[in-house]
Design a protein around this ligand. Structure first.
Ligand SMILES: [Zn+2]
Length: 154
C-alpha cells in the first residue's frame, strides 16, 4: 500500500503528543529548523499496530533530518525512536563531537570556529531531552565518554 493510501486510512488514529520540552521544536533534537510532522508508529507500519492496544498513535514535530534518519524503521514508540535517533545522530556526527577531530584537522582560526560551531550545535541536539546514557547503544556511550574524558582533562 502507498503512503498516501495508508495516510487516508489511518490518519484519524494519530493524535498530537504534548511536547517533550518546548513546542515548535524537533522533539528528538530540539532544532527549530526545517520542521515536519512525524507519525509514530510510521504510517507505512500503522496496519501492524491497529489491533495492539499497547501502542499509541502519535503525531509529533520532528526536523526533516531526524525524520529521514529514522524513516520507516519498525519502532512503534516515541521513547524507543527517541533513543534510536540519538544513536543515529551520534554515529552520523561522530567527527563533529570528538575533540581529536579539531586538533588533527584544523589549521586556521576559521576552521576552529567552524569546528566549534559544529561541535556545540551537535552536542545541543544530542543532549536535547536526554537525561541519561542508559538507553543509548555501546558505540554511542563510547563516543560520548571520549567527549567527557577530553573535557575532564582541560
Ligand atoms: Zn531533529
Amino acid at each position: 500500500m502507498s503512503r498516501k493510501t495508508n495516510l487516508a486510512i489511518y490518519n484519524h488514529l494519530y493524535h498530537k503528543k504534548s511536547p517533550l520540552l518546548e513546542d515548535n521544536v524537533c522533539q528528538y533534537c530540539g532544532t527549530k529548523r526545517d520542521l515536519t510532522i512525524e507519525h509514530i508508529p510510521p504510517i507505512s507500519t500503522a496496519h501492524l499496530f491497529v489491533r495492539n492496544n499497547k501502542i499509541r498513535f502519535w503525531k509529533i514535530i520532528a526536523c526533516r533530518e531526524c525524520n529521514l534518519l529514522i524513516s520507516d524503521q519498525l519502532i512503534p514508540t516515541f521513547a524507543d525512536r527517541f533513543f534510536q535517533i540519538k544513536d543515529l545522530l551520534i554515529k552520523k556526527y561522530e567527527k563533529h563531537i570528538l575533540r581529536e577531530f579539531r586538533t588533527v584537522n584544523t589549521i586556521t582560526s576559521d576552521d576552529i570556529r567552524h569546528a566549534d560551531n559544529d561541535f556545540f550545535r551537535t552536542i545541543d541536539r544530542i543532549g536535547f531531552g536526554l537525561y541519561s546514557f542508559d538507553n543509548l547503544n555501546e558505540t554511542s556511550i563510547q563516543i560520548l565518554s571520549k567527549v567527557i574524558d577530553s573535557y575532564g582533562r582541560v
